[in-house]
Design a protein around this ligand. Sequence first.
Ligand SMILES: [Zn+2]
Length: 413
Amino acid sequence: MDTTLVEIMKQIDGYRQEAIGLETQLTRIPALGPESGGDGERDKAAFVQDWVRQHLQPDDLQEYRAPDARVSYGYRPNIVAMFNGHADKRTIWIMTHLDVVPPGDLSKWTGDPWTVRVVDNKLLGRGVEDNQQGLVSSVLAVKAYRDLKIAPQNNVGLVFVADEETGSQYGIQYLLNEHRHLFSREDIILIPDAGDTKGTMIEVAEKSILWLRFHTQGKQTHGSVPEHGRNAHKAASYLTVRLETLYKKFNKRDPMFSPPISTFEPTKREANVPNVNTIPGEDVLYFDCRILPNYKITEVMKAVKALRRETEKKFKVKIAISFSQHDQAAPPTLPDAPVVQVITKAMKDLRKKRPKPMGIGGGTVAAYFRRAGFPAAVWSTMAETAHSPDEYCLIENILDDAKIFAHIFSQRL
Ligand SMILES: [Zn+2]
């Protein structure tokens, strides 16, 4: 590592109090979307803008307002802060989100969720990990350069979005639909919103999600005379077992994913008749399928419908299929994409570890970038307590991840 970089790392080591202070101030401003009974992210966004303006002197700072009549002021704030590097080619983007999820059952918390508590080397509070850890790491990485009056090699863009927890329509989806010119295909897009405890997982791909509801209609009758009815429960159970054959039919493996296969699992089943001696005329059951991206959801549906027909014929029932979720996976970010390379290089230099590009079961915000043609990756070092009571983050993870970001800002690309 060159001497400037060593200096920058040392500078970040001195930001422990800044990290605690920022987390405390951010946690005090609950930013809940209207779906979660809140009034959006405006106050938290204003705090972040002021802090960035004052401490980081950005070369450009913009707020992009996604109109949303459900909040009292009519929009959801998305903030983009730019810092010029001296190579002036690619931009390293770090995107984090401002919104948090509600605290849930307060009796499961050991203190007020909106007041940060420092316990040993942990910070406790709603949002401290998801996603303020990444947010604070990203601003402290830039602060080190500003405080030392060093220009980063690459341009740096910090993005703070709204509405990540409830669909991203007013957050990154809005930015990508209305202000796509902000990003270029050569840029590096990093989203520190998930990861493992060692920072050895780089999420680059996800499976397609298919949630199915099967509503079987037969004919209800007395338990003693099954021949007078058509047992919907029995038909649905047959179908459940037959659907197990999807594992054989769609059996490709991809070692990048854990598990490395597509999965097709029966999950919820709705209550039917309340008594033992009635043969149910109706049955509702659900499947949760996570499908490797090289299969099309439509292919799977074709196979599902064939099994439905077989079941309908055999039991003389009607089975209606509906979707409660249905999302073809975005094209994966390649395991050797520049974003993967820069994280890998920083991890080797700073932690002597080699992270692995991996796929997950489905549903991260990086998919919006990937669908828009930008190879984004999700990476961070996390305690993995997001959304739970007594959510916490390790102070050292905030600073250590800030160092990884700072390292990337100065890599020659
Ligand atoms: Zn998050």
